[in-house]
Every structure is written in structure tokens, then in C-alpha cells.
Design a protein around this ligand. Structure first.
Ligand SMILES: Cc1cc2nc3c(=O)[nH]c(=O)nc-3n(C[C@H](O)[C@H](O)[C@H](O)COP(=O)(O)OP(=O)(O)OC[C@H]3O[C@@H](n4cnc5c(N)ncnc54)[C@H](O)[C@@H]3O)c2cc1C
Length: 465
């Protein structure tokens, strides 16, 4: 029998534990979940409301997470963390977002994406190991600075970036169009093309960069939702010692597949499931209380309301089950989320086989959050517009997932190519010739058109030679 979910001293106004897939959680994780709901009630939710209004960064909420040991929760115990597994990480991110603050959820996600890159290559790197040990004690919130203004939602394509070997280490140059916790993150993981780059964009490298080595533009974050994430642009033009390269030159693609993407995609699933559940919760509170005198019944009594709410709850539960099932499988594949496996076998690729499952989850959960928040908004009638009822903030926040990289359009393209044509056709770095499309276009040309193309290609070959 499920016990009562509490909100401060009152029973929770939204959906109770019987609507949560608690069977995925250990007793320790259920206990953590309950404590985190309490912190959301006391600190993170009030801060969500305040920071959404002011655009301030939610420092109090980040400090509250650090107090619970959640900034370093996935760090193995031998490196100073709690060794939390994928299921636990998903529960934490979903809980922060659902009961607390969506912006804090995104901040947590980008911190964890950067942290995954560090954990993948922590072994033997004293600089990284030192940072891992003080994530919570020093509230070392971090981020991932990947998205390039020229290549956008294909965030693994850092076109305007470079790195050069110097006597002291590496000279790194990068522009990123978005970096969550811009001007607040104490460190970021940034991705660039590799040293001695020869136009192969899959040849990428990662760097650990501290706040004083970044030029941040937090003031440019003037946005409709996820306001407290402060995801503004950053510039990096700095010289770093050798050990700040994470892994070796060219390790970035492996890091993306095995660490960054794997963690980021399950956190998309967790965050946006949290947003959808949060929308369902506040709608339950509103529709059961709002009564229409002419019928003597509440909005929750209309059969049309049941239909909309039932559809949205079903869609949300489908994306949550997808999330926790994938996390459970990742836990099995990684010896329960153990990042020390790369100490003995740096070439281990245990999350990589699930990469497209993660992208499917990202697409599904972000679409569901956007659609559910939309439908719930309508059930409030005019009251939807009132800040007091919170659904307008949830609706604004819900729209970010779809447009975050890989955008849902890009994600569907990847999954579609994978399904129809095989994994090779996913073509992350635009290297594979689509012969079908090429032949179709060439077939449209007359002799003169074909000759012009032959001349151009011959000229290009001559230039290259
Ligand atoms: C709140 C928030 C926080 C963020 N935080 C970070 C962060 O911390 N670090 C980071 O690196 N990035 C971050 N980003 C960036 C994010 O991950 C995306 O990369 C970005 O939102 C999409 O890039 P863009 O705006 O350049 O869009 P574009 O890529 O220019 O997309 C424009 C449109 O073109 C479509 N499109 C693009 N390519 C294709 C294609 N091949 N097929 C079909 N359609 C296509 C897109 O779907 C979209 O509809 C953040 C974004 C937001 C909104």
C-alpha cells in the first residue's frame, strides 16, 4: 500500500505515489525522493516562482541540492561521491523539476552532462579527481558548453572552435551560442575540433575550463521560459595546462557516445516527464476546486476534462516508463552506474549501443511535455493566464525541450534514418553520401547542366591536388 505524499504539512495537491513507477526505486532512493520533495516545498518551488519573475539564477536551490549531496551523486564513492545509478539520477532530476523548478532541472542536467565527460576520463587525471571530490562541499556547479552558433541543434559539431598545442599545454578557442549557468558555472566542459584538425568534424576534443577562463554574456538571456537557467552565449580564448584536456586528442566523439549523450538524453527524459507531471499536478489542484454554480459541479467533473486529462496522463506515463526502463538497462550494462569501469578498460563502450534509444526518449518526453502543458493550460480557462496558478510558467518552460539539441526535428531524423536505413545512415557529421538523393538530383540535369558539374568537380580536384 502506498503511503500519503505530503506537501509541507498538507497532503500533496497533485497525483499521489500510486501514479509513480515506484517499483523501479530502492528503499534508499524512495527515502531520498521524499526528502527532495520536502526541499522542493521549502526552497526550490518558492525560488522557481521568484527567479522566473526576476530572471535571477537560483543559487539558493543549487545550494540546497549540494547540501543533499546531489551535485556529485553519480561520482563513485572511491572518488568522493555517492555512486548513484541511472534510475536514481532520473528520479532526482524528475523530482527537482516536477515539485521544484524546471530551470533548476535544466541547470542540473547540464551540470550532469559535463560531469559525465569528466567521469569518463577521471582515472589518472589529478585535476579532475580534485574537482570531483569537492562538487558538493564547494557547491561546484558546472555546465556543458557545446552548441556552436553555426551548427545549432547538432551540438556535437563544434565548427567555429579550435585548439592548438603550445609549450604550456593547449590554446583553446570556442564560441558557444548557449551555455546554461552562463556567468554562474564554476566550470564547464567545452568541446572543440581536435589539434591538427583536418576537416574531419568527428575528430573532436573536450576541455575542462574554469569560470575565470570564460567570457560569459548572461545579460543576453532575455527569454520567455526557463528564465532562471541563464543560458547565454560564452566565448573561450585561453591557454590551458595539459591535464585540462579530458581524455586524449580526438576522444570527444567517444565521450559523447559513452558519457555525455547517454546522461543528457536520460535527463531530458527525466526533466520533461517532471514538467508534464507538474502540469498534471497543478491542473488536478485547480480543476477539482473550480466550481461552476449553474451545474453545481467542478471542472474536474466534466467528461471532456476526463478525456483530456486521461490522455495526457497516459502519454506522460508512457514516456516515464520508457525513461525508467532505459535507465534500468543502463544500470545493468554499467554494473549499477559504476564510472570506474573505464579505469580498467578505457575502451569499454557499454552505454554507446543505447544512444538512439536515448534520442527516442528525448524526442518523446519533450513532445509529451509540450503537448501536455498545452492541454492542461486550456483546462484552466481564463485562470490559465494568472501567475498565481503556475500553469503559465510550466507552459513557457515546457517549450524548451523540443527546441533543445538535438531538436525534436533532428532527433526524429536520426531515429528515422536509423530505423529505415541502418545506423550508418544516421551520419552524425554529414559524411555519408546519400546516393539516392544525389542520383535523383543528377537525373534532373540536361547535358549542359551535367557538363557544368563535371567542370566544377574537375576544377575542385585540380585545386586539391
Ligand atoms: C533553455 C536552453 C538551455 C540550453 N543550454 C545549453 C547548454 O548548456 N549547452 C549547450 O551546448 N547548448 C545549450 N542549449 C542549446 C540547445 O541545446 C540547442 O542546440 C539549441 O536550442 C538549438 O540550436 P539553434 O537555436 O541554433 O537551432 P537550429 O539548429 O538553427 O534550428 C532551427 C530549426 O531548424 C531545424 N533543423 C535544424 N537542423 C535540421 C535538420 N537536419 N533537419 C530538420 N530540421 C532541422 C530545427 O529543428 C529548428 O526547427 C540550450 C538551449 C535552450 C533553449
Amino acid at each position: 500500500m502506498n503511503h500519503q505524499k505530503m506537501w509541507g504539512k498538507e497532503p500533496y495537491f497533485g497525483l499521489g505515489y500510486e501514479f509513480d513507477p515506484q517499483w523501479y526505486l530502492s528503499d534508499r532512493q524512495k527515502d531520498l525522493q521524499e526528502r527532495l520533495v520536502g526541499v522542493c516545498h521549502d526552497v526550490i518551488r518558492p525560488e522557481a516562482i521568484r527567479c522566473d519573475e526576476t530572471g535571477e539564477y537560483p543559487w539558493k536551490s543549487i545550494e540546497a541540492l549540494a547540501e543533499l549531496g546531489l551535485l556529485g551523486c553519480i561520482v563513485p564513492e572511491k572518488w568522493g561521491g555517492k555512486g548513484e545509478n541511472h534510475v536514481g539520477l532520473a528520479m532526482i532530476a524528475e523530482t527537482i523539476t516536477r515539485y521544484g523548478c524546471a530551470s533548476t532541472g535544466v541547470i542540473y542536467m547540464m551540470h550532469m552532462a559535463g560531469l559525465a565527460a569528466l567521469l569518463f576520463r577521471a582515472s589518472g587525471n589529478a585535476e579532475i579527481l580534485d574537482l570531483l571530490g569537492r562538487l558538493d562541499s564547494d557547491v561546484m556547479i558546472g555546465s556543458a558548453s557545446f552548441t556552436d552558433p553555426e551548427t545549432g541543434g547538432h551540438f556535437w559539431y563544434p565548427k567555429i572552435s579550435s585548439v592548438r598545442k603550445t609549450d604550456k599545454g593547449w590554446h583553446v578557442k570556442k564560441n558557444a551560442s548557449f551555455t546554461t549557468s552562463c556567468g554562474h558555472a564554476k566550470w564547464v566542459v567545452a568541446q572543440t575540433t581536435s589539434p591538427n584538425f583536418e576537416w574531419d568534424y568527428s575528430d573532436i576534443s573536450d576541455f575542462l575550463i574554469y569560470a575565470d577562463e570564460i567570457t560569459a554574456h548572461p545579460g543576453q538571456w532575455d527569454v520567455m521560459g526557463m528564465r532562471a537557467t541563464v543560458s547565454g552565449p560564452v566565448e573561450i580564448d585561453t591557454e590551458l595546462p595539459d591535464e585540462r584536456m579530458i581524455g586524449g586528442p580526438g576522444d570527444g566523439a567517444a565521450s559523447n557516445d559513452e558519457a555525455v549523450n547517454a546522461v543528457a538524453m536520460i535527463l531530458y527524459g527525466a526533466l520533461y516527464s517532471g514538467i508534464a507531471m507538474g502540469a498534471l499536478d497543478v491542473t488536478r489542484r485547480f480543476t477539482t476546486r473550480r466550481r461552476h454554480a449553474q451545474y453545481g459541479q467542478s471542472v474536474a467533473d466534466y467528461t471532456t476534462t476526463h478525456d483530456v486529462y486521461g490522455r495526457c496522463l497516459t502519454d506522460t506515463q508512457a514516456s516515464r516508463l520508457m525513461l525508467y526502463a532505459l535507465c534500468q538497462e543502463l544500470d545493468r550494462a554499467t554494473n549499477d552506474g559504476d564510472w570506474t569501469i573505464y579505469e580498467t578498460d578505457p575502451d569499454a563502450r557499454v552505454r554507446t549501443p543505447f544512444i538512439c534509444w536515448g534520442i527516442e526518449l528525448k524526442e518523446k518526453s519533450c513532445r509529451v511535455a509540450s503537448e501536455v502543458a498545452d492541454s492542461m493550460f486550456h483546462l484552466f480557462g481564463g485562470a490559465a493566464y494568472s501567475r498565481r496558478n503556475e500553469i503559465e510558467r510550466i507552459l513557457r518552460d515546457s517549450k524548451a525541450g523540443w527546441i533543445m539539441g538535438p531538436t525534436n526535428e533532428i532527433a526524429r531524423g536520426i531515429v528515422g534514418r536509423w530505423g529505415l536505413l541502418g545506423y550508418e545512415a544516421v551520419d552524425w557529421w554529414n559524411q555519408r553520401v546519400n546516393e539516392g538523393q544525389l542520383n535523383a538530383e543528377l537525373g534532373k540535369l540536361d547535358a549542359e547542366g551535367k557538363r557544368a558539374i563535371i567542370d566544377r568537380l574537375e576544377q575542385e580536384l585540380a585545386d586539391e591536388a
